[in-house]
Design a protein around this ligand. Structure first.
Ligand SMILES: Nc1ncnc2c1ncn2[C@@H]1O[C@H](COP(=O)(O)OP(=O)(O)OP(=O)(O)O)[C@@H](O)[C@H]1O
Length: 709
């Protein structure tokens, strides 16, 4: 650790001194940018020359020389790709190299280290000095965690203690230092409020300069295997998720690349919405997937099944919790049902009837197979155990035939043996097996045996259980390269989905959501109960740490309080409501409209009078796709109005009409919520209403259509 400045008594820097330091850093960055750019140009010339040489002397070249030349071209190309990224980072740094500073006085020797903190770090080759620290560096954590006074940070070697003797925030943009202010809590609040008062933009941005202490603790959490964040609407869960990924990638450079992490997202638009955050902090984007496409990719059971959206439609058409549909969904997503199914599968597995097994002239006794199946390989999925046993049988065949098989022949034989064993002992149609289980439960739960919807498709809640069954038996290795999984909107997954995800992604996870933003609600148990059932500690791994976030950063105080009111009756006594920040705006407006045309007229008037012109993003949220389309038709003459569906993957701002369920996780400067039903009537519609209203940053309009359909 370099301590650059040793001072008897520390004196805070003046603006002139900061200006000097700033210019010094800017000059170095400019030089670095120029050198990097020149080396790119040089390598580009080299590639051109190399290619020309290869073309001209193609006939005279032997293979070795040709390969050597190709290698040179590839190396240069690789260099250019890397340098181009560096150019992007440097260009960004020249605009704004850092946003904050602390000076830390070490307890052990009294030396003071000034630490400038930026979106990316900067190491000066000339001075061999860390001019700017990346916000993810261990020492930078103190900037978010402490005011002036005693502080400490955990470096890889040990924890360092001391005190912060200076803390500054810089106003830097377009390569100019406009101001430097000494910060305390009050100033921090002003800077945060200023950031939140701006328009939302169509893509999520990084907020490295204003990360809050409680968010920082989650972003840098090292102790949880599965970190669960239950945070109120707008409390920064997605912010935490994206910055945590950036932190993980930065601090595990050697073992974790962008391809080794994955985000499970609620829909395609959400993926587009978050796509800018990682590149902004100099990281590559990470793969992102929706649960249903993961299931489509892995599930091999041959049947027609309902999608999540079709299930959502069924839920909204039967919102009565006592209807047979809802009762079935509730029961089949419950912890008790999951446990009963597991018990059934354990019994099924325990009762497999083994016999002596013959392959060619080699024999394995029933006892030998049973021992391997129930003891040695008991921790593997059922059919994977057969694969493991097959390996030993193939070895025995090899020995007895006194031949050395090639790897390929060995593998072929293992596959054949596995197939044979499954056929002899355990071959079952998974749907039939599931049906058997349902029938076994039918006496206690009449109607449970019904697993197809009115169109003959396997219901969504049932296909999730069947998917689990497949993974239980066959396992899945497709995602063994993933080292961290982020699951956003955790309240939207049921117990089978979590059990499947736990078996497919055998890695650490960050799981974030809001138990109040649940659409379909089982009053008996919460998503937190579900997570604690699935993610139990085993063999030193697993288990979960549950954390909460209660401050609502997105919306004005007025909107947050309006939203809290919607769920007042539903909130359990131990569930905290969202705490608004001290950011004020217009009171939410509630209007009555006679018809959808009337509601559209209200919005059109605002468009005509330019009342929404100050906003980049405005959303009109309708009950479902059909109603959203009808509203869009009313407003389509306005060229800034567009329509978003479940198939949309890009959102470019403007005024957008979309169904309420698609707005999950997103935010807009102003929101119009169109209610064509009595939204306060039942729990599901109240929650859908709550989710819609919590999307608004600055203005909220609720339009209740009276001639309800
Ligand atoms: N520390 C912060 N500094 C600046 N802005 C922040 C901060 N934390 C959150 N925000 C802003 O608050 C808004 C809400 O954040 P985010 O979308 O992460 O919340 P969320 O908890 O995922 O919300 P929801 O569950 O309602 O979708 C975003 O505009 C985000 O940029």
């Amino acid at each position: 650790m370099d301590k650059k400045q040793v001072q008897e008594t520390y004196r805070e820097t003046t603006l002139e001194e900061e200006q000097e330091y700033f210019e010094e850093v800017e000059n170095e960055l400019q030089c670095d940018l120029q050198t990097t750019q020149e080396s790119i140009d040089y390598r580009n010339q080299a590639i051109k020359a190399q290619k020309k040489y290869m073309r001209d002397s193609h006939g005279d070249m032997d293979d070795e020389e040709f390969l050597q030349n190709m290698n040179n071209v590839n190396n240069d190309t690789f260099f250019i790709e890397h340098a181009a990224k560096q150019v992007d980072v440097l260009a960004h740094q020249i605009e704004s190299p850092y946003f904050g500073k602390i000076a830390f006085e070490y307890q052990e020797d009294g030396q003071v280290l000034p630490v400038y903190i930026g979106t990316n770090g900067y190491w000066s080759m000339d001075e061999q000095d860390q001019k700017v620290y990346d916000w993810r560096a261990p020492i930078a954590s103190m900037y978010y965690d402490y005011e002036k006074g005693e502080a400490s940070y955990q470096a890889p070697d040990k924890e360092y203690f001391g005190k912060i003797v200076e803390k500054k925030q810089f106003d830097i943009s377009n390569g100019r230092l406009h101001n430097a202010v000494d910060t305390d809590e009050k100033i921090n609040d002003m800077i945060l409020l200023d950031a939140l008062g701006k328009n939302s933009g169509t893509k999520m941005k990084s907020v490295v300069a204003t990360i809050q202490k409680e968010q920082n603790a989650l972003i840098r959490n090292k102790t949880a295997y599965n970190l669960i964040v239950d945070g109120r609407a707008g409390s920064g869960k997605t912010v935490v998720a994206m910055h945590r990924l950036a932190w993980l990638l930065f601090n595990n450079r050697k073992t974790m690349l962008a391809d080794n992490v994955m985000i499970l997202s609620p829909n395609g638009i959400f993926g587009d919405y978050i796509a800018g955050v990682l590149p902004e902090v100099g990281e590559d984007n990470v793969p992102e997937k929706e649960f249903d496409s993961l299931m489509e990719e892995i599930l091999f059971v041959d049947c027609d099944y309902e999608t999540k959206l079709e299930q959502a439609d069924r839920i909204t058409t039967h919102p009565d919790m006592e209807s047979p549909e809802m009762k079935n969904i509730a029961w089949k997503s419950s912890i008790a049902f999951y446990q009963a199914f597991n018990k059934y599968l354990e019994e099924y597995t325990a009762n497999i009837k083994f016999k002596d097994f013959h392959f060619e002239k080699t024999e394995f006794t029933k006892d030998q197979i049973e021992k391997m199946f129930y003891n040695r390989f008991a921790r593997y999925p059922v059919y994977e155990r057969f694969e493991k046993i097959a390996y030993f049988i193939a070895d025995r065949v090899e020995d007895e035939q006194d031949q050395a098989f090639t790897d390929e022949k060995h593998q072929k034989m293992e596959n054949q043996i596995t197939k044979e064993m499954i056929y002899q002992y355990a071959e079952r149609n998974l749907i039939e097996l599931y049906q058997d289980f349902l029938n076994s439960q039918a006496e206690q739960h009449p109607g449970i045996e019904q697993y197809r919807n009115e169109y003959g498709k396997v219901c969504y809640e049932d296909i999730l259980a069947v998917f689990y069954l497949q993974i239980y038996f066959y396992g899945c290795k497709s995602y063994d390269n993933i080292k961290h999984l982020v699951i956003d909107e955790m309240q939207d997954y049921n117990i089978f989905q979590y059990a499947v995800l736990d078996r497919i992604f055998k890695c650490k996870k960050t799981i974030l959501g809001d138990s109040l933003q649940v659409l379909y609600y089982n009053p008996e148990e919460t998503v937190l109960d579900v997570l604690q059932t699935v993610f139990v500690p085993h063999g030193g791994t697993g288990g979960c740490q549950i954390k909460t976030l209660d401050t609502a950063y997105r919306s004005t105080c007025e909107i947050t309080e309006f939203c809290n009111g919607i769920l007042e009756a539903d909130r359990a006594s131990d569930e905290a409501e969202a705490h608004p920040l001290n950011r004020h705006g217009m009171e939410p407006v509630t209007e009555q409209a006679e018809s959808i045309e009337d509601a559209a007229g209200f919005i059109a008037e605002k468009l005509d009078y330019g009342e929404l012109d100050d906003f980049d993003n405005v959303a009109i949220l309708c009950d479902d796709e059909e109603r959203a389309f009808a509203m869009y038709k009313e407003l389509e003459e306005y060229e800034q109005v567009t329509y978003l569906t479940n198939q949309s993957t890009v959102y470019n701002g403007g005024v957008v009409v979309l169904p309420k369920f698609l707005a999950k996780g997103m935010e807009f400067d102003a929101v119009f919520v169109i209610n064509e039903q009595d939204v306060m009537e039942n729990r599901i519609s109240r929650h859908a209403f709550y989710i819609s209203c919590t999307r608004a940053l600055h203005q909220l309009y609720v339009i209740n259509v009276t001639n309800q359909t």
